[in-house]
Write a protein that binds this ligand. Structure first.
Ligand SMILES: CC(C)(COP(=O)(O)OP(=O)(O)OC[C@H]1O[C@@H](n2cnc3c(N)ncnc32)[C@H](O)[C@@H]1OP(=O)(O)O)[C@@H](O)C(=O)NCCC(=O)NCCS
Length: 370
C-alpha cells in the first residue's frame, strides 16, 4: 500500500500586525469584546501578493523535506483569494519555486481548503499519478473585508502554510478523512463582490463579507464533530489514541466546544488564534507547522485535524506523523520588509468602505442573466 507521508512543513506570515486596539480606532468595537467572543488578540495584514506568501511557505516546506523545487511534480494551492483567477495562482507558485515539470492548480474549499488539498494530493500519490506534492493553504481575506462592518472586520488575518507529501510504503500521512459540504445554508457565509454573478457594469467601492455568525458557529461544530467521528472510525482509533488536535482557528469558543464534544482535553489542542485570527485555508496549515515547531507533534504522533468554511465545507482527518520532526534544511529567504503600519496598509480600503457604507453602495448588483 502506498501512503503520502508528510516530509516537509513551512509557513509564511506577513510581518505587519493589526491589533484589536487599532481596529477599534475605525470601527465600533473593543479589545475586550473581540478577545472574549473570539480569542483573537491580533492578526497579520500582508503587504505582498498572495502568491508571494504561498511561495515562501512552499519553499520552506520543500527545504524542510530536504528537496529542491524541481523534485516536486504537483502543486496544489488551496485558496479563495488568489492573485488572479486566470491564470491560476498556483502557476505563479510553481514557477517561483522552480517546479517546472509539476502540475499546478488552485482549489477553493474556503477555510477547509487545506484539508481538501491534502486529501486530493494523497489520492493522486496513492494512485501513482504523482510522487512528491506540495500542498499550500494560503489566504488574504483581509482584501475582501468591509472595514466599516465590525462583525467581520475583527475576524480574519493573512498568511500561508504548506506541507510536502511524498510517496512512501510507511503507514504515514493521511490515514483517514471525511470531507463534506453542508449546502442547505450555503448562503450564510458569502464574500459579496468578486465573481461572474456580479453585474460588471455596476461598480462599488467596497467588497463585503456577509455572514450569520451564530448559525455558522452551530453548523461548524456539528460538521467538524461528525467528520472527526467518522474519520476516527475509519482509522480504527478513538479520541484517546489522538496525541494532538489541530483544528481550524476561527473562534476559540468553537474550538473549546468541539474539544468538549469529542471528549478531549484542551491540553491536546493546538491553538494560535490569538496571534493570527482566522487565516482561512492557511489556518490548519500554519497551526500544524507551529505544532511541529513547538514539539507538540512527535515522531509517530496521531493527529486529528478539522476544518469548516464557506459552502459550508467541512472536514475531519487523521494524520499519522512520520519519523522526523526537525527540518532537513532551512532557507534564508524572507519577504521584502514593510515600512508601513497595518492601518496604513489598509487605509485606502477603510476610507472606501466607510464611503460606500455612508452612500449605501456596499452591495454589488447581481448580473442580469447573460
Ligand atoms: C462572529 C462571532 C464571533 C459572533 O459572536 P456571537 O457571540 O455569536 O455574537 P453575536 O453575533 O450574537 O452578537 C452579539 C452582540 O455583539 C455585537 N457585536 C458583533 N460584533 C461585534 C464587535 N466586533 N464588537 C462589538 N460588538 C459586536 C452584535 O451586534 C450583537 O449585539 P446585540 O446583542 O446588541 O445585537 C461568532 O458567531 C462566530 O465566531 N461565528 C463563526 C465565525 C465565522 O463565521 N467564521 C468564518 C467562517 S470560517
Amino acid at each position: 500500500m502506498t501512503y503520502a507521508k508528510i516530509t516537509g512543513w513551512g509557513k509564511c506570515v506577513p510581518p505587519t500586525v493589526l491589533t484589536n486596539a487599532e481596529i477599534s480606532n475605525f470601527v465600533e468595537t473593543t479589545d475586550e469584546w473581540i478577545v472574549s467572543r473570539t480569542g483573537i488578540e491580533e492578526r497579520r495584514v500582508t503587504h505582498v501578493q498572495l502568491s508571494e506568501l504561498a511561495t515562501l511557505a512552499a519553499k520552506r516546506a520543500i527545504a524542510a523535506a530536504g528537496l529542491q523545487g524541481s523534485d516536486i511534480d504537483l502543486v496544489i494551492l488551496c485558496t479563495a483569494s488568489g492573485d488572479s483567477l486566470i491564470p491560476n495562482t498556483a502557476s505563479a507558485v510553481q514557477r517561483n519555486i522552480g517546479a517546472h515539470q509539476a502540475a499546478a492548480f488552485d482549489s477553493n474549499a474556503a477555510c477547509t481548503g487545506f484539508l481538501y488539498g491534502i486529501q486530493m494530493a494523497t489520492a493522486l500519490i496513492q494512485n501513482g499519478s504523482n510522487q512528491r506534492a506540495v500542498v499550500i493553504g494560503a489566504d488574504r481575506l483581509n482584501y475582501f473585508i468591509n472595514w466599516a462592518d465590525r462583525a467581520s472586520a475583527v475576524l480574519f488575518g493573512d498568511g500561508a502554510g504548506a506541507v510536502v507529501l511524498e510517496a512512501s510504503t510507511e503507514k504515514s500521512g493521511m490515514i483517514a478523512s471525511k470531507l463534506g459540504c453542508d449546502t442547505e445554508k450555503r448562503d450564510i457565509l458569502e464574500v459579496q463582490g468578486p465573481g461572474t454573478y456580479v453585474d460588471r457594469f455596476h461598480t462599488s467601492a467596497c467588497y463585503n463579507v456577509a455572514f450569520e455568525g451564530p448559525e455558522i458557529f452551530k453548523r461548524a461544530i456539528n460538521g467538524m464533530n461528525g467528520a472527526c467521528t467518522s474519520a476516527l472510525e475509519s482509522a480504527g482509533l478513538s479520541g484517546d489514541d489522538i496525541d494532538v488536535i489541530v483544528p481550524h482557528q476561527a473562534n476559540l469558543r468553537i474550538i473549546q466546544t468541539l474539544a468538549k464534544k469529542m471528549g478531549v482535553s484542551m491540553d491536546k489542542v493546538m491553538v494560535n488564534i490569538e496571534k493570527y485570527g482566522n487565516t482561512s485555508a492557511a489556518s490548519v496549515a500554519i497551526a500544524l507547522c507551529e505544532a511541529v515547531e513547538q514539539g507538540r507533534v512527535q515522531p509517530g504522533s496521531n493527529i486529528l485535524t478539522a476544518a469548516f468554511g464557506a459552502g459550508l465545507t467541512y472536514a475531519g482527518m487523521v494524520i499519522k506523523w512520520g519519523d522526523r520532526v526537525t527540518p532537513i534544511n532551512t532557507i534564508d529567504d524572507e519577504l521584502p520588509p514593510c515600512d508601513k503600519t497595518a492601518t496604513e496598509l489598509i487605509q485606502t480600503a477603510i476610507d472606501g468602505c466607510l464611503k460606500a457604507t455612508a452612500e449605501g453602495t456596499v452591495n454589488f448588483a447581481r448580473s442580469p442573466k447573460a
